[in-house]
Design a protein around this ligand. Structure first.
Ligand code: SAM
Length: 284
């Protein structure tokens, strides 16, 4: 008998992966957590039935979330990651000698426990001495710090369920306050392609633009996310994501990457016309 994982990307579009084995299934206080194994994508994590990451394409998402702001910020030492309990973003950040401390704020302890056990190549950095894990709602956590972080990476689930608060004006305003004067915030920005996702990403952009003077969107190709066309938000108090990128300094770090490179960084901010139009509609 064949076993398929199927996610509904729209009422008329389904995305399926043939599953070899289900390795874990459980419920936490916040969500259902599943780990599957597949021939095409290796192991993958889903939360409430939605794809979070696969072993085969997670490098694209995590490299683009991390190396784009790290190439721009001249000396990011103190970093806040919200969500991201799988550890992929932390793994990439730990490649930088400048990083002194990472606060990882993950609402669901069970996600961390399950990823440590079943996705060790992703979760590898979670035990590093530079990382402190806070099991707390990110929305609440950012109310306290003031001018504390060089970089905030919002590695959240989608804008419903426990992740909903991480897409609000209050949250972005508090991220702005929690950042130093030259701080950068990067967030996963959903997809522009299907109507409902495009609406979510437009609302998100509208709210970020209200808090940050510099707010740009960049893209990557992520095969297992709806439509495969994924966006990220780059918001900053000071730095432009391309004009202020320090290409040579980044190359000198000699960090191994499989997706990110400095030419791709610049190109990722060149968006298709239809995406620019969705964004411009809500820009002041
Ligand atoms: N790459 C993923 C994606 O976009 O599909 C995101 C992966 S990561 C697993 C997202 C994490 O955010 C989950 O582990 C979830 O528990 C966590 N999360 C959701 N809402 C949160 C909140 N309010 N505060 C902190 N963490 C939250």
């Amino acid at each position: 008998m064949e076993f398929w994982y199927t996610e509904q990307h729209t009422p008329d579009v389904h995305f399926s992966i043939r599953v070899e084995r289900q390795l874990y299934s459980g419920h936490s206080e916040f969500q259902r957590i599943d780990i599957f194994d597949s021939r095409e994508f290796g192991r993958f994590l889903t939360l409430d039935g939605y794809m979070m990451l696969t072993e085969k394409d997670e490098f694209i998402y995590h490299e683009m979330m991390t190396h784009v702001p790290m190439c721009v910020h001249p000396d990011a030492q103190n970093i806040l990651v919200i969500g991201g309990g799988d550890g992929g973003t932390v793994r990439e950040l730990l490649r930088y000698p400048s990083v002194r401390h990472i606060d990882l704020v993950e609402i669901d302890e069970k996600v961390v426990e399950v990823c440590r056990k079943y996705l060790p190549s992703v979760a590898s950095g979670l035990g590093d001495a530079r990382v402190t894990i806070h099991y707390e709602d990110g929305l609440r956590f950012v109310r306290k710090p003031v001018s504390a972080y060089d970089l905030i990476i919002v590695d959240s689930t989608d804008p419903f369920g426990p992740g909903e608060g991480l897409f609000t004006k209050e949250f972005y305003g508090n991220c702005f306050k929690a950042l130093k004067d030259d701080g950068i915030m990067v967030n996963q920005h959903e997809s522009p392609f299907y109507e409902q996702d495009a609406y979510a990403m437009q609302r998100m952009h509208q709210r970020i633009v209200q808090s940050f003077s510099i707010s740009r969107v960049y893209q990557a190709h992520i095969p297992t996310y709806p439509s495969g066309h994924w966006l990220f938000g780059f918001a900053s108090k000071k730095y432009h994501p391309v004009e202020d990128a320090a290409w040579e300094r980044w190359k000198a770090l000699d960090i191994p990457t499989r997706y990110y490179n400095t030419q791709l960084h610049a190109a990722a901010f060149a968006l298709p016309n239809y995406v620019e139009e969705i964004l411009e509609d809500v820009e002041p």
